[in-house]
Design a protein around this ligand. Structure first.
Ligand SMILES: [Fe+2]
Length: 269
């Protein structure tokens, strides 16, 4: 694509629900301290929502946690797609699609009591931004919104979206550490239940298929770790941190900082 060669519109991503009359969405961006693969796994795991996001997401209620039904309908080198829903309802009204490299979407149609059809979408654009780091653009929306939602300012929904990612943060960043430490494919670490983890298992199996084209990958049964591991940024703690902060020119070299702060005969260094 350049000024001489025009763009090919058929290659531009198109999300039909966003063009429907009356569609409104809340969009947020998040920089996250865990790997692109962990981010995708989390976003394609509907089973954790009622428990981890109880009443933060207005539709999430802990007492609603239950087995889910899944049906995979497509598997290609670009990703996979299929239907899912609650086992209790014996229906699968949600359609999920993962399309590499970065699009995950969950769409749903609802027909109300008047026979009017409405459309809802969760769209997740997930970008790797380094080893163990990712950048996410989320767009949640629909052609019909709750009358109650109109009473709240926009910033409320933006902070609520950030709160959802804070609720997942502790678990996901430690999961990232475990994957890097254990150095084994996920089938050695995960118990993938068919009633909750179908998409997660699909994703790691897709990684088995295409991971050899990536700089590194952790698949369901294959693994290829980065040749050069990421520089781990650890903030120094306690006394050393406060000394380091007051002597920025000395950087984080612990020995230098301690030598300047304590006379040699006291510190014994
Ligand atoms: Fe979550």
């Amino acid at each position: 694509m350049s000024q001489k060669i025009p763009p090919n519109p058929s290659k531009l991503p198109w999300f039909e629900n966003f063009a429907r009359p009356g569609f409104q969405d809340t969009s947020t961006t998040h920089e996250l301290p865990y790997d692109h693969s962990i981010l995708l796994e989390n976003l394609m795991d509907p089973a954790h929502i009622p428990i981890s996001h109880d009443r933060t997401d207005w539709t999430a209620k802990r007492e609603d946690a239950q087995p889910l039904l899944f049906k995979v309908t497509e598997r290609t080198d670009r990703g996979f797609a299929g239907w899912w829903g609650k086992e209790k309802d014996q229906s699968m009204p949600n359609f999920l699609r993962f399309e590499a490299p970065c699009v995950l979407q969950n769409n749903r149609e609802l027909v109300d009591e008047k026979g009017e059809k409405n459309y809802f979408s969760g769209l997740f654009l997930c970008t790797p931004s380094g080893q163990g780091k990712s950048l996410l653009i989320v767009r949640f929306g629909g052609t019909k919104s709750s009358p109650l939602a109109k009473l709240f300012p926009k910033w409320y929904f933006h902070q609520n979206a950030s709160k959802v990612f804070e609720q997942d943060m502790g678990f996901l960043s430690s999961q990232n550490e475990v994957l890097l430490k254990e150095k084994v494919p996920t089938k050695e670490l995960y118990i993938n239940l068919r009633s909750s983890d179908t998409w997660v298992a699909e994703y790691r199996k897709w990684m088995d298929k295409v991971g050899d084209g990536m700089p590194y990958h952790i698949g369901h049964s294959t693994i290829s770790l980065p040749k050069v591991p990421a520089v781990v940024e650890h903030a120094p703690a306690g006394l050393v941190a406060s000394i380091s902060a007051s002597l920025p020119g000395q950087g984080r070299n612990r020995d230098n900082v301690l030598r300047q702060t304590f006379p040699t005969d006291i510190s014994g260094i």
